[in-house]
Design a protein around this ligand. Structure first.
Ligand code: NAD
Length: 491
């Protein structure tokens, strides 16, 4: 550790400091009886299947009416959403607006504006062999869908997929995460009191309810959560060959090349790392920094962190979701490697922004997704070395490069696999609905947002329609060599 680093590192890292007034707001997993029995869940799904078979969800007018109703309901009760999430993990109204409700309303408006266009068949060219004829792709609702949400952005990650399911003409059962109990409850109350259970319904609960839901036959399962549970979902979907989208997590690298624009890059990185207290699937997990700029990057990180007062009370920070996660993250902090921060408050479930340096791939913090407010800085010498570190790990949900060099950008795009990414920024790719959002390999499969959500919850059914006034004999039996040549040419 450098002399300067020693001065700013917190010697009490890993040692809990006492909390103060807000301990009564602590939240642990929801402690309730199973909200529904397996038999009730079976009936609910059967009801939705029957309802979907009546084709009532197909007309654009129906979808528009439901989407408008959903938007108006959420608008009317918006304040309740903010109160609930604040109770759950101290998330402020502005923070919730920026990261949850603004994107949710944007998705709703986009769906309302475009549903008429999206449902139309998409024309494609027809090859000569099939002339005279036309070809098109017809979007078809998948049917009865299950959406399982994660806790870290409870409205965003539960309700944006629901919008996708609705606009595509499906029926939907939502199972929000049980960890933020108040947000789960408010979503269940608003939806279940206002929508026909045969069309849209919320089932609250944890593992028993999710397991009971997964035992049903679905036409689509959309899951957001950890790779570990994603595998359970995939196994449950297999017997019925159910269409699955898995939005999972991973260790997202941020690579600072030697030619990076450090000041602006670190500013963007620090915001992306500590928004939602690092409880963000797209957050940069570790930072690979070229040795020539390491000291500068570290200094700028501290500078950027110090510019803001990271506190739950002023709305700049949120609590860690529960004590289990607090303990897990706290255990990753190696006091010998803390460059800045490391203040822990278990009572309040808050860990101040923490920078660890001289981190190696063998450190505990590099073994699994951090999902909390720790930045680990790993120094490298050559890009080959940095890329090898990334590629030795599972394919991440996001990849970030900070560089001004075109050749480095091209290498990054070509050689580093990731679900989605950014160059000279982090996380912000997710705010552009024209870009799909999803993982690859261990970080998931499938993609959504905007029109991609519509496609995610649809079967894009390809159709060839032939004219009847002529039929070429080419495809029938007894081909001569000359006919074969024609078939080959007409393709
Ligand atoms: P989680 O996998 O623990 O829980 C997700 C959902 O699965 C919850 O609704 C939960 O009730 C249910 N569940 C948990 N254990 C289960 C089991 N054994 N059987 C059946 N269902 C079960 O994930 P989490 O803690 O809510 O979220 C954190 C993880 O999610 C991180 O890995 C993060 O990266 C990832 N994540 C991904 C995205 C994305 O969009 N790709 C977004 C947010 C979070």
């Amino acid at each position: 550790m450098t002399a300067q680093a020693t001065a700013i590192a917190n010697p009490n890292a890993k040692r809990p400091v006492s909390g103060n007034t807000l301990s009564s707001r602590k939240n642990e997993a929801m402690n309730t009886q199973p909200s529904m029995t397996e038999q009730q869940i079976e009936q609910l799904v059967a009801g939705q299947r029957h309802y979907h078979r009546t084709n009532v969800t197909l007309p654009v007018a129906f979808r528009l009416a439901q989407l408008n109703k959903f938007r108006d309901l959420l608008r009317e009760h918006e304040e309740e959403l903010y109160i609930a999430i604040d109770k759950d993990f101290g998330k402020s109204k502005h923070h919730t607006q920026l990261t949850e409700t603004f994107p949710l309303f944007e998705e709703l408006e986009m769906a309302i504006k475009n549903v008429g266009k999206w449902v139309k068949p998409r024309k494609v060219a027809t090859n000569l062999l099939n002339q005279p004829g036309k070809s098109y792709i017809v979007p078809e609702p998948l049917g009865v869908t299950l959406v399982i949400g994660a806790w870290n952005f409870p409205y965003n990650l539960s309700l944006i997929p629901v919008v996708g399911s609705m606009v595509a003409g499906n029926t939907t059962i939502l199972k929000p995460s049980e960890l933020p109990a108040e947000t789960s409850r408010v979503m269940a109350r608003l939806i279940n009191e206002n929508f026909d259970a045969n069309y849209l319904h919320v089932v609250e609960g944890g593992i028993p309810e999710t397991t009971a839901l997964l035992n049903q036959r679905w036409d689509k399962i959309f899951f957001t959560g950890s790779p570990q549970v994603g595998k359970i979902v995939n196994v449950a979907a297999a017997p019925n060959l159910t269409n699955v989208t898995l939005e999972l997590g991973g260790k997202n690298p941020a690579i600072f090349a030697e030619d990076a624009a450090v000041d602006v890059g670190v500013k963007r990185l620090v915001w992306a790392k500590f928004v939602n207290s690092g409880q963000l699937c797209l957050a940069p997990d570790y930072v690979l920094v070229h040795k020539s700029i390491k000291d500068r990057v570290l200094e700028r990180m501290v500078h950027e962190i110090k510019k803001h007062d990271y506190s739950v009370e002023n709305g700049n920070f949120v609590r860690l979701i529960n004590e289990r996660n607090f303990d897990r993250i706290a255990a990753l902090i190696d006091p010998d490697k803390v460059y800045y921060g490391g203040d822990l408050d278990r009572e309040e479930r808050v860990i101040q922004p923490t920078i660890m340096h001289n981190v190696t791939v063998d450190d505990a913090v590099m073994q699994d997704e951090v999902f909390g407010p720790i930045i680990s800085v790993v120094e490298y010498d050559t890009l080959d070395e940095a890329f090898a570190i990334v590629r030795d790990l599972e394919k991440p949900l996001a990849g970030y490069l900070f560089s001004t060099n075109e050749a480095t950008k091209q290498r990054f795009l070509r050689e580093i696999p990731f679900g989605s990414g950014a160059i000279n920024d982090a996380v912000m790719q997710n705010t552009n609905s024209n870009l799909p959002f999803g993982g690859v390999g261990n970080s998931g499969m499938g993609r959504y947002h905007g029109e991609y959500s519509f496609e995610c919850f649809s079967h894009m059914k390809p159709v060839l329609e032939k004219a009847n006034w002529v039929e070429l004999d080419l495809k029938y039996y007894g081909h001569s060599d000359r006919q074969m040549k024609w078939i080959r040419r007409l393709g």
